[in-house]
Write a protein that binds this ligand. Structure first.
Ligand SMILES: *Cc1c(COP(=O)(O)O)cnc(C)c1O
Length: 304
């Protein structure tokens, strides 16, 4: 089996984003390119999986996890498990479709065993009896909740701060789904830093109680969840968003995904326009990857 890479030895670029708006408002804007760490296990998913992979390797266990047909988390898990020689099972929400999505085909190709379960059973996935039933069928595996929503996931995501902690950023911005990544960033944030999540969901579950669960305690509020940039809801998009993605790529040669990172970047620019960030702010956006999700768009939609 291959060993996990030492996080401290991984180099990740921080790109500068500068245009008339950032100059006019006197803010510095940068982006941490986690999308570039690996072509398949991209972005935040690798970090959220880190400690579960480590455990699976050390204890020679299988991994079971959950997701929908377009889940970046399933794709990243499948790829990572293949790379590190771990057997994995993906429990997919809904009956097996005639044609598998691009994401599920990818998972299968990587050797992930796909099990489709009804939406009703899927809702029970966090229920104890259900877990025992599964554990019984699949001999003591490591269960990773949907989207890596767990304390281990948070601990892993907190490793991301290694890449920027000494650089004096005043604001850390990140797209948010389960908010696990955000919790990790909050965990190791410095007293003067604001950590801002951009919700990819229209109606996120109670944010504060999620953060409290993930961190095991409540913290002083230097973190916020912005919910104005979901563009109709999870995995929904508008022409305005797609146009933004193409323009952003043309200007800065940085690809974004329409489910998470494009919505965050759109939101950040909009908030700069609205003077949300005071003059002199040093803003860091986390590019959490997820580019495989763009394969579900009709070809030709994007210019990258
Ligand atoms: C999964 C994902 C997120 C959301 O991360 P959470 O930890 O669930 O909040 C953000 N960006 C991208 C690209 C993702 O794939």
């Amino acid at each position: 089996m291959i060993e996990l890479p030492d996080i401290k030895k991984i180099k990740i670029a921080i790109d500068k984003i500068e245009n008339n708006l950032t100059r006019e408002k006197n803010v510095s804007l940068s982006i941490l390119r986690l999308d570039k760490i690996h072509s398949e296990i991209s972005g935040n998913k690798f970090f959220k999986l880190y400690y579960s992979l480590e455990k699976a390797i050390a204890e020679q266990k299988n991994i079971i996890t959950f997701g929908g047909a377009y889940s970046n988390h399933l794709a990243a898990t499948a790829s990572a498990c293949k790379m590190f020689g771990i057997k994995c099972i993906g429990i997919v929400r809904g009956e097996a479709p005639k044609n598998l999505s691009h994401t599920l085909l990818f998972c299968k190709e990587k050797g992930m065993q796909l099990e489709f379960i009804s939406r009703e059973n899927y809702k029970r996935k966090d229920n104890i009896d259900f877990k025992i039933e599964f554990a019984h069928n699949f001999a003591g595996p490591i269960l990773i909740p949907e989207g890596g929503y767990s304390k281990e996931g948070t601990e892993g995501a907190s490793l991301i701060s290694n890449f920027y902690s000494t650089k004096g950023f005043t604001h850390i911005c990140c797209a948010a789904g389960t908010v696990t990544t955000l919790a990790g960033l909050i965990k190791l944030s410095l007293p003067f830093q604001h950590v801002i999540g951009f919700s990819a969901l229209k109606q996120p579950d109670d944010f504060d109680s999620r953060i409290k669960f993930l961190l095991g305690k409540s913290l002083d509020k230097n973190y916020f969840l912005i919910t104005d940039y979901h563009f109709g809801g999870y995995a929904k998009k508008t022409d305005e968003l797609l146009l933004f993605m193409n323009t952003f790529y043309e200007s800065f040669a940085i690809p974004t995904d329409f489910v998470y990172t494009a919505k965050m970047m759109f939101g950040v620019f909009d908030l700069i326009k609205k003077n949300y960030f005071t003059s002199g702010s040093k803003i860091l956006c986390i590019h959490t990857g997820g580019l495989q999700g763009n394969f579900s768009l009709p070809s030709g939609t994007l210019n990258f």
